[in-house]
Design a protein around this ligand. Structure first.
Ligand SMILES: [Zn+2]
Ligand SMILES: [Zn+2]
Length: 347
């Protein structure tokens, strides 16, 4: 098969022929029809993820068709249209037994713990626990977003953030996860304040339902701007970028008893992140983490997509062939872009 391979961190990846993957007894091989470019792929390429060994194939936000199944797989057959949460669970540890597959103790992640989906085929472990059926009428490019950004945002806003209609929700950082979060919060009846340094990202946020926008490039104190726009602070606030500055601004922009959800990755390379804990105590704030989403919790989200209340299809702004993936991966560092770029390995 053809795959995007890198031999050294930060040096150009290249498309080359490599051996086809084979399914584990509990796993499947999926023919990759679409795979999104995510900033986590860029972090992995830069060497920020200790789980990666070289040479490596990135890619974790995918959809496609089951090509081959291991002998212990019972729920899936070749030809099934599927996506998968990027956190693939073992199905048997204590976290999995409690229904919390998104924090599985023995999780695997395609594109991090093993070769990923910037390739024509990808191997996925514990298929019966992790695969999610993609409806016939959903394009693969749209379904790919359900593997990372859209599901991650859904868990952050709905499952961890417990959004309620009428609340003010601040979203700091309007990249892939942030824009998805704006759409999901607005569809939940919340009033959304979008914060970003990019006018193009804020324009998309407005399209996706943001009631107010804060241009962080022209605003000295974004937390103060959020408190002002929301009459005292957001009920729920997300750091969807992952930086010490946006994390602190998210916490500082909350009202009393507000909830902060950290969903943007804070790679260990940038050190430990300071949090304004005095405000957390005085205002009785809640600090929550959010990490992917368990496959068994996808049905309510898929139902909202089916009904048209949520439109992940609107996130997809560009599709590229595999040959364009190495340059697009490198460009994520300097120009993350406002929409979702999808690689189609067979085009
Ligand atoms: Zn991702
Ligand atoms: Zn587990």
């Amino acid at each position: 098969m053809r795959a995007v391979v890198f031999e050294r961190y930060g040096e150009p990846a290249e498309v080359r022929e490599v051996a086809d993957p084979r399914p584990a007894p509990h796993g499947v091989v999926v023919r990759v029809e679409a795979t999104g470019l995510c900033r986590s792929d860029w972090h992995g390429w830069q060497g920020h993820d200790p789980g990666i060994t070289l040479p490596h194939v990135p890619g974790h936000e995918l959809a496609g068709v089951v090509e081959a199944v291991g002998e212990r797989v019972t729920a899936w057959r070749p030809g099934d249209r599927v996506t998968v949460p990027f956190v693939c669970a073992c199905g048997t540890c204590a976290a999995c037994a409690a229904g919390d597959q998104q924090v599985c103790e023995r999780q695997t992640q395609p594109g991090f713990t093993h070769w990923g989906s910037f390739a024509q085929y990808v191997a996925l472990d514990h298929a019966d626990v992790n695969l999610v059926a993609v409806p016939e009428d959903m394009p693969f490019a749209t379904a790919a977003s359900l593997g990372c950004r859209f599901a991650t945002a859904f868990r952050a806003v709905v499952q961890q953030g417990r959004v309620a209609a009428g609340e003010w929700v601040a979203v700091h950082g309007c990249g892939g996860v942030g824009l998805s979060a704006v759409m999901i919060a607005a569809a939940s009846g919340a009033r959304v304040v979008a914060v970003d340094v990019s006018p193009a990202a804020l324009e998309l946020a407005r399209t996706f339902g943001a009631a107010r926008c804060v241009d962080a490039a022209r605003t000295e104190d974004t937390a103060a701007a959020v408190r002002e726009l929301t009459g005292g602070g957001a009920h729920l606030s997300l750091d969807a970028l992952g930086s010490p500055a946006t994390c602190a601004a998210s916490v500082d922009g909350l009202r009393r008893r507000g909830r902060h959800v950290q969903v943007g990755l804070l790679p260990s390379a940038s050190g430990t992140t300071p949090v304004p804990m005095a405000r957390v105590i005085a205002l009785e704030l809640e600090l929550l983490g959010s990490h992917g989403m368990a496959a068994h919790t996808y049905p309510p989200m898929l139902e909202l997509v089916r009904s048209g209340a949520l439109r992940p299809d609107l996130l997809v702004t560009a599709t590229l062939p595999l040959d364009a993936a190495p340059a697009a991966l490198a460009a994520l560092g300097t120009a993350p872009g406002a929409g979702m770029t999808v690689i189609e390995p067979w085009s």
